[in-house]
Design a protein around this ligand. Structure first.
Ligand code: ATP
Length: 851
C-alpha cells in the first residue's frame, strides 16, 4: 500500500489533490475525518495552511473557516513546539489542550465542530522541519499505535512530495512572474504617451488585482509636492467630488506616508483604516476608504537614483519582484514621456513666443496689447497680468494702465486712481526696478500694495506669490507688470516684458499720433467748411462773371492747369477755390503758396520741402507744399513774382510730375493740379526776361481772365449788399442799408482795388455808420463822373482826411514808402512813422496799388 501510495504521490500535479489522495488511501486503514498540511515560514516564525482537503473538512462550515485557511500561526507556543520536539506523530486529545492560553485557534475551531483528536507529525527535508501533517478524528479513542507507525513511515515520502510541490510552485511562480513581466515589457515598448502608459499599466495592475485601483503620483517641479499623473478607480464606487479634489490637489511629499515610500527600497503596505485612525488627515486616505480599499501598497518610482514619483496600488498581497519589475519600467517610461512632454512643451513655448513676437509688432492700441499679452501669458504660465502700471510724468507715481477685468472694473480704478497708484519709493517697487529680472514675492510678507492685495483676495485660489517685472526701454523705466502665478519661467517672462515695453511705447506714441491726427482732421474739416462757405460767397451774376462761371465748370473736372489773370482784388483766389471745389479733388484741402510773400531763398524749400541738414538751419525734415498738395490742388498765388531759379524747378515738376526734396535723393511722384494766379501781365514779364517763356506756356493752358470791377458795374449792387449784410452781422448790427445816392456813388467809382477795395470800404462804413443807412461814401478822386463831390475835406473827420492824403501820395509814388522820392519823404515823416500810420488807418496795398 505504501509503495502504491508513493508511486501515486509522484504522479500528483495539483497540490490539493495530494492531500485528497493521501486521505483516501489511508482512510482504508483507519477512520479519521480530514487532514491538512501546514507549512513553516522561517521569515516570521509561523506556519500556515498549505494543502487542504476541503471536501472532507469537518470545519468548512464553521464561521471562522475562511480566517483559519488564511491565518498564520506562531511557532513559539507549547503545542507546536511539542510537535516539533517529538520524534514522530503525536496524538493530542483536544479537550486537554484546546483551552490552553497559547493554543492555536484551529484546535478550538475543530473542537467546536466535534473533532476530538489530532495527530500531528512534522515534515522535514533533511533535518529541517518544513511543515506539519494534521490528521483529525471525531473518535474519542484517538489513533491506534499501528496507524501512528504507518503515518511515521509515510512521513518522509509526504515530506519530499510537499517539498517538490513547493519547489515546483516556486519555479511556476517565477515563470509566471517572468512571463507577466515579459508581457508587460512588451506592452511597454509601444508606450509613447501618458495615455498609452495608462492603458498598459491598467492592464497589468488589473491582472494583479482585478478589483483594485491605483494612482501614480509625480513629483512636481517644485520638488516638494506631488500631483496625480495616472490613475484607475478599478471596480470601486466612489464620491466623484472627492475624487476630483484628490486628483487636483498637490500633496506635500513629506506627508508622513509618501516620504516613507520614497525612502524605502521595497514596497510598503498600509492599512487605510489604521492610517486614518492614526490621525493622518489626507484626503486621499478618505477617498480610498470611500472606495472600499483596505490595504494599499506604495512603491517608489525611480529613474536611476532619483525619485520621480510613486505608485499607490490597492492590493492585499504583494509580490515584491513583480511590483518592483513593473515600477522600474513605469519609471523609465514616465521619464521618457516626461522628457518628451518637456520637448513638446518647449516647442509649444517657442511657438507661443514666436506668435507673440509677431503679434506684438502689430500692436497699436491698448486693447490689442491686452489681447496679445493675455494670450501669451495664458498659454505659457496659465496666468494673466493682474495690473500693468506706467510711470507718470512726475517719474514718481505709477498709475494703473491695464488691469485684469476679473479683479477690477476699469471704472472702479478710474474712480479711485489715487488709491490704486503706487510710488516708486515704496520698498517693494524699488526692488523691482533695481532688479534686471522678474521678482517673485510673497504677497503677505512684502506687499503693501493695496491694489494687489485686493486682487489676490478676489482671486481666492490660494495663491500667495506674485511676480513683478519692470518695463524698460533701454535704461529708461516705463512701468511694471504684476501677475499672479506660481510657476513662471523668469527668463521667458523677462523676454516677454522686453517686448511689452516696446509695444507700450509704440501704443503710447500711436495714441499720441491718433490724438494729433484727430486734431488735424478737425482743423481740416473746419478749414474745408470755411472754404466751402467761401465758394458760396462768390457774388455777381453779371455777364462778365457768368462767362467766368462757364469757364470754371468747363475746366474744373479735367485737371488742367488753370491760369487766373486779373487785377488785384478781382477775386482770383476765390475763383481758384471754386475751381478746386468743383473738381474731384475737393475732399482734400487746396494748398496755397504766395510766391510774392516768400523770400527767394526760402521759396524752394517751401515748395519742395527739404531733408534734415539740407542747409544750415534745416534742423528737421520738412514736407513741401507740392507734397502736401499731392492728390489735391496747389494754388500758386502771385506766380509772376517767382524768382527765375525757382521757375526752372517748377517747370520741371510740371513737366515730369515728380520732384525731390531739397537735399534729398529720392524722387517723389506727384499728382497735383496747378492753379496759378497773377495780376501781372505775364506776356510782358516774359518779354522783359523776368518770367520764363516755357513756364508761361506750361501755366497758360487754360487762362481765365477776371474782369475788373469797373467793367462789371452790374455786380456792384449785389456785392455791396453782400458785404453790408456780412459785416453788419459780424459786428452784431442790423443789416445796414444803402441810400440810392450812396449806391450811385459806388457805381460811379473806378475801383482800382476792385472787389477788395469795395469790401474794405463797406467794412469801414458799416463800422462807422451811426444809423441804419449809409447815405454817403467818401471815395477818393478816382470817380468817373459824380453828381456829388465826395472829396470835400472840410466835411471829413481829420483821420479820414489824413488817410486820403496818404493814399494819394502813395499812389503818386507808385507805392514806394521810404527812401528818396518815397511817400514818407514827401510827407516829411520817417518811413517807420508812415508804416504805423498806414496800419492804424487801415491803408493796404489795395488802396493805392494799380491806380
Ligand atoms: N465775386 C466775389 N464775391 C464776393 N467776394 C469777392 C468776390 N471777388 C472778390 N471777393 C473778395 O474780395 C477780396 C479779394 O479777393 P481775392 O483775394 O480773391 O482777389 P485776388 O484777385 O486774389 O487779389 P490779389 O491779386 O491782390 O491777391 C476777398 O476778400 C474776396 O472774398
Amino acid at each position: 500500500m505504501l509503495l502504491d501510495l508513493g508511486n501515486d504521490i509522484t504522479k500528483v500535479r495539483d497540490k490539493n489533490d495530494l492531500i485528497v489522495l493521501f486521505s483516501d488511501r489511508i482512510k482504508s486503514l483507519m477512520h479519521f475525518t480530514h487532514t491538512i498540511v501546514t507549512l513553516i515560514d522561517r521569515k516570521d516564525e509561523t506556519y500556515k495552511p498549505f494543502l487542504l482537503d476541503h471536501r472532507a473538512s469537518a470545519i468548512k462550515d464553521h464561521p471562522e473557516y475562511d480566517d483559519m485557511v488564511k491565518a498564520c500561526f506562531p511557532l513559539d507556543e507549547p503545542f507546536i513546539q511539542s510537535v516539533l520536539a517529538a520524534g514522530g506523530p503525536v496524538d493530542f486529545f483536544l479537550a486537554d489542550i484546546v483551552d490552553a492560553p497559547q493554543s492555536p485557534a484551529f484546535l478550538r475551531v475543530n473542537f467546536e465542530k466535534g473533532i476530538r483528536h489530532v495527530l500531528m507529525t512534522t515534515l522535514r527535508t533533511g533535518n529541517q522541519p518544513i511543515g506539519f501533517i494534521h490528521i483529525y478524528t471525531d473518535q474519542e479513542g484517538g489513533f491506534s499505535q499501528e496507524f501512528k507507525d504507518i503515518v511515521q513511515r509515510i512521513t518522509p515520502q509526504l515530506s519530499s512530495a510537499v517539498s517538490n510541490i513547493i519547489k515546483n510552485e516556486e519555479i511556476l511562480q517565477k515563470e509566471n512572474e517572468k512571463s507577466f513581466l515579459l508581457d508587460f515589457s512588451n506592452d511597454m515598448t509601444a508606450v509613447r504617451s501618458r495615455e498609452d502608459l495608462a492603458v498598459v499599466v491598467k492592464k497589468a495592475l488589473r491582472k494583479l488585482n482585478p478589483e483594485g485601483g491605483y494612482v501614480i503620483r509625480k513629483i512636481n517641479e517644485d520638488g516638494v509636492t506631488m500631483s496625480a499623473y495616472l490613475y484607475d478607480t478599478g471596480a470601486s464606487a466612489f464620491d466623484p467630488a472627492l475624487l476630483e479634489r484628490v486628483l487636483s490637489e498637490k500633496y506635500p511629499i513629506n506627508d508622513g506616508l509618501q516620504n516613507r515610500i520614497l525612502d524605502s527600497y521595497i514596497p510598503l503596505l498600509f492599512n487605510v483604516g489604521r492610517e486614518l485612525l492614526r490621525g493622518y488627515n489626507l484626503s486621499y486616505l478618505d477617498l480610498w476608504e470611500n472606495m472600499g480599499f483596505k490595504t494599499m501598497v506604495g512603491i517608489a518610482l525611480r529613474n536611476g537614483n532619483a525619485n520621480i514619483g510613486l505608485l499607490w496600488l490597492s492590493i492585499d498581497e504583494i509580490n515584491i519582484p513583480i511590483l518592483q519589475g513593473i515600477c522600474s519600467q513605469i519609471a523609465i517610461a514616465m521619464g521618457n514621456i516626461m522628457a518628451n512632454e518637456d520637448i513638446l512643451r518647449r516647442q509649444a513655448e517657442q511657438q507661443l513666443m514666436l506668435t507673440f513676437s509677431n503679434d506684438i509688432t502689430g500692436v497699436k492700441s491698448k486693447s490689442d496689447l491686452d489681447h496679445v499679452v493675455s494670450n501669451v501669458l495664458q498659454g505659457l504660465f496659465q496666468t494673466r497680468i493682474a495690473v500693468m502700471y506706467l510711470l507718470a510724468e512726475d517719474q514718481v507715481t505709477l498709475r494703473p494702465y491695464l488691469f485684469d477685468r476679473q479683479f477690477f472694473q476699469e471704472t472702479e480704478v478710474a474712480e479711485h486712481e489715487e488709491f490704486y497708484a503706487l510710488n516708486i519709493n515704496e520698498q517693494h517697487i524699488k526692488l523691482v526696478f533695481e532688479s534686471n529680472q522678474p521678482i517673485l514675492m510673497d504677497i503677505d510678507e512684502n506687499l503693501e500694495a493695496k491694489c494687489l492685495k485686493l486682487s489676490i483676495q478676489r482671486e481666492q485660489r490660494g495663491i500667495n506669490t506674485v511676480y513683478a517685472s519692470a518695463l524698460r526701454l533701454g535704461e529708461q523705466n516705463l512701468g511694471m507688470v504684476w501677475m499672479l502665478g506660481q510657476q513662471i519661467s523668469g527668463p521667458l517672462l523677462q523676454g516677454i516684458c522686453a517686448q511689452i515695453s516696446t509695444a507700450v511705447s509704440n501704443v503710447l506714441a500711436h495714441e499720441q499720433i491718433l490724438r494729433l491726427k484727430k486734431e488735424l482732421e478737425d482743423e481740416n474739416d473746419y478749414l474745408k467748411q470755411q472754404l466751402n462757405n467761401d465758394f458760396e460767397e462768390i457774388v455777381g451774376g453779371g455777364e462778365a462773371m457768368q462767362q467766368v462761371y462757364r469757364l470754371i465748370s468747363l475746366v474744373a473736372e479735367i485737371n488742367s492747369t488753370v491760369l487766373l489773370l486779373g487785377e488785384t482784388g478781382t477775386g482770383k483766389e476765390l475763383i481758384a477755390k471754386a475751381v478746386h471745389n468743383a473738381s474731384s479733388r475737393k475732399e482734400k484741402l487746396m494748398i496755397k503758396v504766395n510766391c510774392a510773400a516768400m523770400p527767394a531763398s526760402l521759396i524752394e524749400s517751401e515748395l519742395f520741402g527739404h531733408e534734415r541738414g539740407a542747409f544750415t538751419g534745416a534742423v528737421e525734415r520738412r514736407i513741401g507744399k507740392f507734397e502736401l498738395a499731392n492728390n489735391s490742388t496747389l494754388f500758386l498765388d502771385e506766380v509772376g513774382e517767382m524768382p527765375l531759379e525757382t521757375q526752372v524747378k517748377l517747370l520741371r515738376v510740371l513737366q515730369e510730375k515728380e520732384m525731390e526734396r531739397v537735399g534729398g535723393k529720392t524722387t517723389i511722384k506727384l499728382n497735383v493740379r496747378i492753379i496759378a494766379a497773377t495780376n501781372r501781365d505775364l506776356e510782358a514779364e516774359v518779354k522783359a526776361g523776368r518770367f520764363r517763356s516755357d513756364l508761361y506756356y506750361r501755366l497758360n493752358v487754360f487762362p481765365i481772365k477776371l474782369p475788373p470791377l469797373r467793367d462789371r458795374r452790374e455786380d456792384i449792387e449785389s456785392l455791396a449788399g453782400f458785404f453790408l449784410s456780412k459785416f453788419s452781422k459780424s459786428i452784431g448790427k442790423k443789416t445796414v442799408k444803402l441810400s440810392a445816392n450812396a449806391l450811385r456813388q459806388l457805381q460811379a467809382y473806378l475801383w482800382p482795388g476792385n472787389v477788395r477795395e469795395l469790401e474794405h470800404l463797406i467794412e469801414r462804413s458799416v463800422i462807422l455808420a451811426t444809423g441804419p443807412m449809409i447815405t454817403e461814401f467818401f471815395l477818393p478822386h478816382a470817380t468817373r463822373a459824380t453828381t456829388d463831390d465826395p472829396m470835400r475835406p472840410s466835411d471829413l473827420p481829420l483821420e479820414e482826411v489824413e488817410r486820403m492824403h496818404i493814399i494819394q501820395v502813395l499812389r503818386r509814388c507808385g507805392g514806394k514808402i521810404s527812401g528818396i522820392g518815397g511817400a514818407a519823404d514827401i510827407l516829411g515823416i520817417p518811413g517807420n512813422t508812415l508804416h504805423s500810420k498806414m496800419r492804424k488807418l487801415g491803408i493796404s496795398k489795395a488802396d493805392y496799388y494799380a491806380h
